[in-house]
Design a protein around this ligand. Sequence first.
Ligand code: ZN
Length: 568
Amino acid sequence: MAADIVDLIGQFVQLKKAGRNYVGLCPFHGEKDPSFSVNQERQTFHCFGCKRGGDIFSFWMEYHNISFMEAMNDLADRYNIQISGGCNPEIARKAKDRRKSLYMLNQHAMEYFQGVLQDSVKGKPARKYLEKRLLSRDIIDRFCLGYASDQWEGLTQHLRRRGEDLDLASEAGLIVPKKNRSFYDRFRKRLIFPIFDYRAQVIGFGGRVLDKSKPKYINTPESPIFHKGESLYGLQTSIEAIRAKGSAIIVEGYMDCLALKKNAMEEVVATLGTALTTDHIRRLKGYVKEVIVIFDSDQAGQAAVVRSLPLFSNEALEARMVVLPEGHDPDSFINTYGMGQFSNLLQTAVPILDFFLELKLKEQETDEGKIFVMNEILKVFSEIRNLPLRSLYVRRLADKIGIREDIVLSELSKITSKRSFKPYADMTKSPVPVKAEINVSDLQLLSLLVNYTSAVPQLVDIDCQPLLTSTVAIEIVNSIFEVYLKFGEVAYSELEDVLKTDAAREQLREIQHRPFVVYSQEDVKQAIMECKEKINHKKLLASLKKAKGDIQAQNWLVKDYKKKDCEI
Ligand SMILES: [Zn+2]
């Protein structure tokens, strides 16, 4: 299979065909209206909002936050292509092999844990526990649940017998090294939840105790293939339902996720017992219009709401909140009250801002208390980079506590100035370069040369520079001709390499994805002619200026111009 950019990005961003391009919501910055564009013909993407763009590799690097080499390996794997050139092939091969080995090791470990769970003696306590939690065999199989018994070296010995590389297993976080070059199992006496990535490869594990001992959960530590703050449990089985519904439910833990799954609620994912991160939200926002977040009613759950408000606002994703009655998590709630009551509860989900204000303002009777809480709230607001949304929030807050909006605003600006806050500052990794003024005639010529390559041979012989004003346009046009003269055609992959400045590359993508003028076949001919005319005219004017006073020379110039004009 060849790597197609629409096919690939389409798995992460909902794309709609719009003219020559596909458009969708940018996965790299918060937005409500699509400014993210993918061009199949050129195999490029470009965001008109945050200006990120490039080819299939740039997308993969940016989306998964990985190096170019990793992106190459990933995509080579995915599309079965041989990597050549670029980086040191020996290093690339080793890195690829190592990642592959880590996935394989996790796969073996998962099978081992599954085997222990089904073992008539060793697996008994875990099977009893699962029965108590009303998890059926069907769910156990579907999510590949397993069990780590109380042995210190169960998995270690299993891997050793198989002849696996134990150092690598330790890197995968499966076993822990001891002093004397030996190892012991990380997960003991725990129910095992394998965690999968979007390709359904096992990247890590969560382990839960069966009794009240602490810690209740442990996870695989960070490894080259496992990043806790980016992973969502259950995503590989939920993505179809999430896509179809256009919404997702986020819960806190493995058990909560499975409790909903077993009740045929499929559009659910869980964070791995961590707070929500921007990466989590970005994983989902390509598919959904809103998410419903279900938090426990405890202190930690409430703190999580506070932290997630700016994240949702910055990603421009609507979020509603559900809080469960005290002492309940989704699993215990459903097991006690049934799915019908749970669905009713979902109906009562409130927008995250209302929820947050309610949470903070309740029980604040005194004026001093209100002012104190207002400052707490404004601290959270100050993290919101979406300024229009932030000002709406301020108005709501002012209404709620009965303080004039301008006073609330001035309090907010005290906080933001203390932080020397720059709106949108960290939304783009590299600052958007300052563009030299690009004008209409620049854009017309760029549209023509970039999108209608048949025009290039006809214009290559004449010097187009007099028609252009901006340095960026001049750089692009010169590069197009340079590539054409060198290769006999304009390959855009070559073109990106020839361009020297980011501004030019960005402008090139922009004109590819949103041509300033769209020409028909006939229009192209016309445009080429007009272009030649304009250049001759400009040249004439320049020459006439030079020949000032020399009537004979001026006459000759005009004659020559008319002759050329007739030729055109
Ligand atoms: Zn963007």
